[in-house]
Design a protein around this ligand. Structure first.
Ligand code: GLN
Length: 242
């Protein structure tokens, strides 16, 4: 058995924005440190394994998002894995569907998986599309994270729930054009479950985020450096902060 098992959930449904690449980056950075890692690909109709260490969900359109949620709720494997201490990294549609409520493909509020205490609603405002830059809330050597966002939903955190970071530019969880003067939350970080609106794939654009995910599942990591990945991440930060 591998030291680390990554489970990629339904990238046939939630692969529109390239978030499936997060799995490749996590595997690359684990193997670069000599950690044995395997990828389990879960497609619609497969049972969700409960022995995984890291579960990945990506973004997609409202219809496939609703289908993915229905299948995950019926299966129950992801919720059981989280109860046993698994790490989850969920992007956009994936972030919304692990919350308490969200709109379905008809716009009606439905229950999410309830892995994190967040609620998503649709508002009659323009879709949030563009580059997104945030500063990570916790301890991290390079706390600026970048990506792009593309969503209609806006996500409210429950009382006392920590966001992943604060928006520097872009929209994140909030409503475009509002709260410009306030701290604007982005994503969620609740235990070992991370949700975010950052596409990219986020782990390719932010190697430090990939390491945070790996560390939450594996424990302390040895030093590892991938010059190309770090140069790419730095270029995005510099250009977007200019
Ligand atoms: N359907 C969701 C929304 O528009 C998620 C979009 C996405 O995953 N990029 O808010």
């Amino acid at each position: 058995m591998s030291a680390l098992t990554i489970v990629r959930l339904y990238h046939d449904l939630l692969g529109t924005y390239g978030d499936q690449g997060n799995a490749e980056v996590l595997m690359h950075r684990a193997r670069g440190r000599g950690i044995e890692v395997e990828l389990l690909e879960v497609t619609p109709g497969d049972a969700v394994p409960t022995q995984g260490d890291i579960y990945l969900l990506g973004g997609g359109e409202d219809g496939p998002q609703t289908v993915a949620l229905e299948m995950l709720a019926k299966d129950g494997g992801l919720n059981r894995a989280v109860d046993s201490g698994a790490t989850v990294f969920a992007v956009c549609a994936g972030f919304q569907l692990i919350g308490a409520t969200l709109p379905n493909s008809q716009g009606l509020a439905i229950d999410g998986l309830g892995l994190v205490d967040v609620e998503t609603i649709y508002r009659d405002v323009p879709r949030s599309v563009g580059e997104l830059v945030i500063t990570f809330n916790g301890d991290m050597q390079e706390p600026i994270l970048t990506g792009f966002e593309n969503h209609q939903g806006h996500t409210r955190l429950g009382f006392g729930v920590q966001p992943l970071g604060s928006v520097i530019s872009g929209v994140g969880n909030g409503v475009p054009g509002r709260d410009a003067e306030c701290v604007r939350p982005e994503g969620v970080l609740q235990g070992k479950v991370i949700g975010t609106y950052l596409h990219g794939p986020a782990c390719a654009r932010n190697p430090q985020l990939a390491d945070l995910i790996l560390e939450s599942a594996y424990g302390e990591l040895s030093q590892y450096s991938d010059e190309f990945a770090e140069a790419f991440a730095a270029e995005r930060r510099t250009t977007l902060l200019r």
